[in-house]
Design a protein around this ligand. Structure first.
Ligand code: BGC
Length: 710
C-alpha cells in the first residue's frame, strides 16, 4: 500500500499524540513490526514508516521476510562504499545518494540503512567493503556528502554502526575496549562529522559492546555524546537484534529496537510500573520515533524513477573511483589497435558488490567481456573457474563453514588455455580479486591472500607475456605476490552494476582514472598495527594500537607499505604551486579562528584529468606522542585540460589542530611546531608551510623531556 503523505506536525502536536497512548502502546511503538516497519495506531493518529538496507542501493524485500537476504526488488546497485570512498568526490557521492533517495521514495521507503562510517581497523574485517576508510576525516566528509544527498529527497539516512564495530568475529557479543583518546581521535569523529554537517534522521546502535556495555544500552555514547554534545535530534535505532534489554536500551537513549521484539514489551511495562524506567524517558523515545515518522512522511512524494538514469549516475561515480596503482612504461591506456586478451572469470561475472545485508538485486549489471564485444582485437578466456560459492548469511551453514583462499584450486586446463592465448597477445588484462565467499558481512577474512587460482593464473601468464595488467575486484587490501611481474594494476574495488563499461573506458583511455586509495595496502597482514590485537580473546577486543591506525602508524613508524593511503596515478601529470596560507600560527583556545590555505594545481601532461589534492597537518615538534601527520582537508579538481590550472581552497578550523586530552576531557591545543602539508598521498608531500601553535598544553608543571617546551 502506498505511503500516505502526512501533514507537518509540530513537536507539541507529536507530544500530544504520545500523551494519548497507553503504556502498552508506547512499549509496542518502541520496537518494529516485522523486519522493516514501525508500529502504527491509525485511530490515535500514528502512521508507520518503512525502512530498508542500504547503503549501496535499495534492498527492499517484496514481503516482510528476512529469511532470504538476496530476495529483493530490482534496484540500482551503486558502487560499494569501499569504491565510492576511493573517488574522494563529495559531489558525485551526493548525486548517487540522491538517486538512491529517489528510488526509496518511488518504493515507499522512508529510511535507508546507511551509510556505514566505521573505521577500517584491519584489512581482515569482513565488512570493510561497506565502510569508507581508515581515516575519520575522509569517512566523515564523504559520509556527510552521502547523507546530505540522500536526505535532499526527504528520505532519512541511518548512519551505522555506532560505534567501534570494526570486526565481524563475535560481533554480537564482543566488547571493543579503548581509551578516551582513541575514541575521540579515531572511532567517534566520523560519526560526529556526519551528525554535525548532515543531521542524519537516524543513527544505528551497533551490535558490539564498547568498554563493557552493549552499545544499545550505552548511555555515555547514545545520550551524553551523541545527543547532548553533538546535538543529534533524530531517532536512535538498534541494529537488527542488537537489543538485549529493552528497558535498558530506552533508558540509555536507544529509541527503536529492530527487528520486532514484542515479546519483551512486557519488560518495559514492568520497568515503568516498578519505577525502574521513568515513563518520561519512554515518552521521549516515542516522540523521537514519531518525529522521524512524521518528518519523512511529510516529505513523501509519489515519484517515478528511471533506473537507466540511475545506472548512469552509478557509472559516473564508479569511473571517478577507479584507482590506477601501477603503470610501468605507460602500459595503460591500451591502444584499440593492439591484440588484447582478457582473462579471468571476474571479467565475465564481475564481483561488483558485497555479501550480506547490503546485497542489491539488479537486472542491469554489466561486464567487461560484453562491453568489449564490438572491439575486434579483444578476446576472452576464463583462466580460472568461479570456485566455491558464497553461502548466504541467512543460511545456517554460513556459521559453520569457512572458505579460504586455498579452497580456490588452480584449474590446470584453464590456465594452459590462457597461457597459450597469452603468447599470441600484445597485452593481457587479468581480472582477479576476492570472491564473495572470502569477504562478507558476518565473517572476517582469515588472511590477506587472493584465491590460489587467481594468483596462479597471474603468475603463469606473466611468465609468457611481459605486458600484463591486473584489474582487481575486492572490498579490502590484498597481498600481491606477483606485483613485480606485471606492468599495470587497476584497483576497482566493488564497482556496482556499471562495472563493465566503466572499466572498459578506463582501460582504453576514454576515462582518465582519478581514484585514490582510502586506506593503506600493507605488504603483508603482519604489518598492520592491529595485527596483535584484532579478533580479541574471550569477547574482549583491545584496541591497543590506540590512535595509530592505518597510515597514522605506517608514516609515524616510517614503515614501507605496498601502497600508501591516498595513493593513485593518472594518465596525465599534475604540478602543485603557489601554496598560500593566511596565518603562520595561532594561540589556541576554543574561540580561535581557523586558517585558510590555497594551492594551484596545473595539468602538465597530455591528457585531460582530475587530481585529488590532500591536506595533512604534520607535527614537527610537540610534546605529545601522536601521529606525525593527519588528513584534515582534500579536494578534487574539475576535469583539467592539458595546461589548465585550478586554485583549490581549504578552510582549517582550530579543532583541526587540536588533540584530545584525557585530563581536560576535551580537545585542546598542544604548543608546538606544525606544518600544513599539501600532498599526493600520505607519503608524498609536495608543498609545506610551517604553523606555530601556542596552546594550553603541555602544562608547565608537566615533567616532560623536551627542553624547548618546558
Ligand atoms: C546489519 C545492518 C543491517 C540490518 C538490517 C544487520 O544484521 O548489521 O547493517 O542494516 O541487519 O538488514
Amino acid at each position: 500500500m502506498a505511503a500516505k503523505k502526512a501533514k507537518h506536525m509540530t513537536v507539541k502536536e507529536i507530544k500530544e499524540i504520545v500523551s494519548r497512548l497507553t503504556l502498552q502502546e508506547k512499549a509496542y511503538l518502541t520496537t518494529g513490526v516485522g523486519s522493516w516497519e514501525t508500529a502504527e495506531f491509525p485511530k490515535k493518529g500514528v502512521p508507520k514508516e518503512w525502512m530498508c538496507d542500504g547503503p549501496h542501493g535499495l534492498r527492499k524485500q517484496a514481503n516482510d521476510v528476512h529469511a532470504d537476504i538476496n530476495d529483493s526488488i530490482d534496484a540500482v546497485s551503486l558502487p560499494a562504499e569501499c569504491a565510492i570512498a576511493a573517488s574522494w568526490d563529495r559531489e558525485l557521492i551526493y548525486e548517487a545518494a540522491k538517486a538512491l533517495g529517489k528510488e526509496a521514495q518511488a518504493n515507499d521507503v522512508q529510511m535507508v540503512l546507511g551509510p556505514g562510517v566505521n573505521m577500517k581497523r584491519s584489512p581482515l574485517c569482513g565488512r570493510n567493503f561497506e565502510y569508507m576508510s581508515e581515516d575519520p576525516y575522509l569517512a566523515g566528509e564523504l559520509g556527510a556528502a552521502y547523507v546530505n544527498g540522500l536526505q535532499s529527497t526527504g528520505v532519512s539516512a541511518c548512519v551505522k554502526h555506532f560505534f567501534a564495530n570494526s570486526q565481524e568475529t563475535d560481533r554480537f557479543t564482543s566488547s571493543s575496549e579503548m581509551d578516551e583518546t582513541t575514541e575521540r581521535q579515531i572511532y567517534l569523529p566520523a560519526f560526529e562529522t556526519v551528525v554535525r554537517k548532515a543531521h542524519p534522521g537516524s543513527i544505528m546502535a551497533a551490535y558490539n559492546k564498547v568498554n563493557g556495555t552493549y552499545m544499545t544500552e550505552n548511555k555515555k555514547y547514545l545520550t551524553d555524546i551523541l545527543r547532548k554534545e553533538w546535538g543529534f535530534d533524530g531517532m536512535v535505532v538498534s541494529d537488527w537484534g542488537a537489543t538485549h534489554n529493552r528497558p535498558g536500551a530506552i533508558e540509555a537513549g536507544c529509541d527503536l529496537t529492530m527487528w520486532q521484539q514484542h515479546e519483551t514489551d512486557k519488560d518495559i511495562i514492568k520497568a515503568v510500573k516498578s519505577g525502574k524506567l521513568a515513563e518520561s524517558r519512554l515518552d521521549e523515545a516515542c516522540v523521537n520515533i514519531l518525529r522521524h515518522v512524521f518528518k519523512t512522511l511529510e516529505k513523501h512524494k509519489d515519484v517515478k524513477v528511471d533506473l537507466a538514469e540511475n545506472h548512469e549516475i552509478a557509472r559516473k561515480l564508479f569511473e571517478s573511483s577507479i584507482v590506477l596503482l601501477k603503470n610501468d612504461g605507460n602500459i595503460l591506456p591500451l591502444s584499440k589497435k593492439k591484440k588484447v586478451l582478457i582473462l579471468g572469470d571476474f571479467a565475465k561475472n564481475p564481483r561488483y558488490q558485497g555479501g550480506g545485508s547490503s546485497h542489491v538485486s539488479t537486472s542491469r549489471a554489466t561486464n567487461v567481456v560484453d562491453a568489449t564485444k564490438d572491439m575486434p582485437n579483444v578476446s576472452y578466456k576464463q583462466g580460472y573457474g568461479p570456485g566455491p560459492k558464497a553461502i548466504a548469511l541467512t543460511d545456517p551453514k554460513f556459521w559453520t563453514t569457512r572458505i579460504t583462499p586455498s579452497d580456490y584450486k588452480p584449474d590446470k586446463k584453464l590456465i594452459a588455455d590462457a597461457v597459450k592465448a597469452a603468447k599470441q597477445a600484445d597485452v593481457v588484462v587479468i581480472f582477479a580479486g576476492l570472491p564473495e565467499a572470502l569477504e562478507s558481512e558476518g565473517a572476517d577474512r582469515v588472511d590477506m591472500r587472493m584465491p590460489d587460482s587467481h594468483n596462479a593464473l597471474i603468475e603463469e601468464v606473466a611468465k609468457v607475456n611481459k605486458n600484463v595488467v591486473v584489474v582487481l575486484q575486492n572490498g579490502a587490501p590484498v597481498e600481491m605476490p606477483w606485483i613485480d611481474d606485471v606492468k599495470g594494476i587497476l584497483e576497482t574495488y566493488l564497482g556496482g552494476e556499471a562495472s563493465g563499461e566503466a572499466v572498459r573506458d578506463v582501460l582504453f583511455g576514454d576515462v582518465n582514472p582519478s581514484g585514490r586509495l582510502p586506506e593503506t595496502f600493507p605488504f603483508i597482514l603482519e604489518d598492520n598495527p592491529s595485527y596483535l590485537f584484532y579478533f580479541g580473546c574471550d569477547d574482549v577486543v583491545k584496541y591497543s594500537e590506540g590512535e595509530f591506525i592505518g597510515y597514522r602508524y605506517y608514516t609515524t613508524k616510517m614503515m614501507p607499505v605496498l601502497f600508501p593511503f591516498g595513493y593513485g596515478l593518472s594518465y596525465t601529470k599534475f604540478d602543485y604551486s603557489d601554496l598560500q596560507i593566511n596565518a603562520k600560527g595561532f594561540i589556541g583556545d576554543e574561540k580561535t579562528g581557523g586558517i585558510t590555505v590555497s594551492v594551484k594545481v596545473t595539468n602538465t601532461g597530455k591528457k585531460a584529468g582530475r587530481e585529488v589534492v590532500q591536506l595533512y597537518i604534520g607535527v614537527n615538534k610537540c610534546a605529545l606522542q601522536r601521529p606525525i601527520r593527519e588528513l584534515k582537508g582534500f579536494a578534487k579538481t574539475k576535469l583539467l585540460a592539458p595546461g589548465e590550472s585550478e586554485v583549490l581552497t581549504f578552510e582549517l578550523t582550530s579543532r583541526d589542530f587540536a588533540h584530545w586530552n584525557e585530563e581536560a576531557h576535551a580537545y585542546v591545543h598542544y604548543t608546538g611546531e606544525y606544518e600544513i602539508q599539501i600532498a599526493r598521498n600520505a607519503e608524498e608531500i609536495e608543498l609545506a608551510a610551517p604553523v606555530d601553535i601556542e596552546g594550553a598544553y603541555p602544562r608547565k608543571t608537566v615533567n616532560n623531556n623536551n627542553p624547548e617546551i618546558n
